[in-house]
Design a protein around this ligand. Structure first.
Ligand code: FNR
Length: 183
């Protein structure tokens, strides 16, 4: 089946290993999946209900909500900051959760992480899973993708660790099952 997959990177860093992981997922996914790598998290102001009440939703939030709604599914790859997800990602999710017809409800979702540490950023994924319970997303259960030693396993932005490419392929098969349930 053809799927349109949006991606979000939880890091604003240009050379982000999580961004590289999303690119690797795009390479490994079936040819008939179209990837759209979304950006703009850094343009979203810090959530403040006064802003929402006074001005409504900032344009980068509305743009992201529309882009996520237009996709069949979403992959988020996030770094782990202090054993949790980065503030920029949580801030974006909080804004998006407030939009009418919030875009995560019933959305097929895949979570990934990458880190130079041996834990692969997995401790950012569990708080995210919990958040997406609140938002009623359909999160792909397992196998999990948590790329450890990421500074060694990405060479010039390309994932060169074959075993990890295999885990990503298996995860994407599990994600495909979720996507098909919603097709
Ligand atoms: C980190 N890093 C990190 N890594 C980790 O595995 N566990 C952690 O708790 C933390 N904590 C943390 C806090 C802060 C504020 C920073 C800036 C970094 C290191 C992190 O994994 C590393 O910088 C990655 O390269 C970040 O991902 P991107 O930007 O390369 O995608």
């Amino acid at each position: 089946m053809n799927f349109h997959i949006a991606t979000l990177c939880g890091s604003l860093r240009e050379a982000s290993v999580n961004r590289h992981l999303l690119q690797a997922a795009g390479e490994i996914a079936p040819d008939n999946w179209r990837f759209e790598h979304l950006s703009g998290l850094g343009d979203i102001p810090l959530y403040n209900q006064d802003i929402e009440d006074r001005d409504g939703f900032p344009a980068p939030v509305t743009r992201l909500a529309d882009a996520i709604r237009a996709a069949d599914g979403l992959i988020i790859s996030s770094p782990e900051y202090n054993y949790g997800p980065p503030g920029v990602l949580k801030n974006a999710i909080d804004w998006l959760s407030r939009v009418k017809d919030q875009p995560f409800e019933d959305l097929p979702l895949s979570l990934m992480s990458a880190s130079p540490s041996p834990m692969g950023g997995i401790r950012a994924q569990y708080p995210l899973r919990q958040i997406f319970v609140a938002l009623k997303a359909d999160v792909t259960p397992r196998p999990e993708v948590a790329v450890a030693s990421a500074y060694e396993w990405f060479d010039d932005g390309k994932l060169v660790h074959e075993q990890t490419r295999g885990v990503i392929a298996d995860h994407l098969s599990a994600f495909e099952a979720v996507l098909k349930r919603h097709a």
